[in-house]
Design a protein around this ligand. Structure first.
Ligand code: HEM
Length: 223
């Protein structure tokens, strides 16, 4: 029966990629929006960073909600990478028997870019954690995230790396959101224009929103 084979099928893995990708999109929208508090000044931004630890009190204790979010996004990222790797290996095995060159060329470019972009994003996330969560990269004061960000983005090489990663993130989001709609079966001709518009919107708004902070520091708007 179809249902019995579903968990092993590529459809289930694509659904897993769509759901875990959607978790990250939600996280990224909130993170990007929250970061914009930096334009309200040092006190507001540091207060917001502290709020992230206190949120949910007194039902949850200090930093518990934050830890729940951390666990959800870490598990989602691991599942997203696992499913991507498994689908890739599956496609490679299938391709080694029959190679329908012309038809797969375009899809291959997109999926190759998704893999390369995905690796860039993972490397970025590791660097980003080392930078602003663990404080290993530039001078760091745990109680003053505002100053950490200002010092961090005073280095043009770091800003360049962030912008590169954000460009990769934008392209990854565009193709990812679009694929997500296909997986969810929302690809009827009628909605194509709207869904493509939504994919472009997410893929532009998230990276551009993030990029405003390093650019504002680099050009002296924030100091
Ligand atoms: C230029 C844009 C960004 C800025 C200024 C920024 C800023 C920050 C800061 C200051 C923190 C530490 C928060 C704290 O501990 O209070 C943080 C954490 C984090 N950021 Fe970003 N971020 C940016 C982009 C991104 C992007 C694009 C991603 C993912 C692709 C991301 C993922 C994370 C994650 C996973 C954490 C750890 C959250 C936690 O442990 O609480 N950030 N970010």
């Amino acid at each position: 029966m179809q249902v019995a084979v579903l968990p092993r099928s590529s459809i289930a893995k694509k659904a897993l990629m769509a759901v875990t990708g959607a978790v990250w999109i939600g996280y990224l929208i909130l993170h990007m929006w929250g970061n914009l508090h930096i334009f309200q000044g040092q006190a507001e931004f540091n207060h917001y960073a502290e709020f992230l630890r206190e949120v949910g009190e007194p039902v949850f204790s200090y930093a518990q909600v934050l830890w729940i979010i951390r666990i959800v996004i870490t598990v989602s990222l691991a599942a997203h990478i696992w499913a991507a790797y498994d689908l890739y290996m599956q496609a490679r095995r299938a391709r080694s028997t029959s190679y329908a060159v012309k038809r797969v060329v375009q899809a291959n470019y997109a999926s190759r870019f998704m893999r390369i972009g995905g690796v860039v994003i993972i490397l970025f996330v590791i660097f980003h954690l080392a930078h602003y969560t663990w404080g290993w990269v530039t001078p760091f004061d745990r109680s003053d995230p505002y100053t950490n960000v200002i010092i961090g983005f005073s280095n043009p090489a770091i800003v360049f790396f962030y912008l590169l990663a954000l460009a990769a993130l934008g392209l990854h989001l565009f193709h990812g959101v679009w694929s997500m709609f296909q997986t969810l079966g929302l690809n009827s001709q009628r909605f194509d224009g709207f869904l493509r518009g939504l994919a472009v919107f997410v893929a532009l708004v998230v990276p551009i929103g993030f990029a405003t902070v390093p650019l504002a520091v680099l050009f002296g708007v924030l100091n």
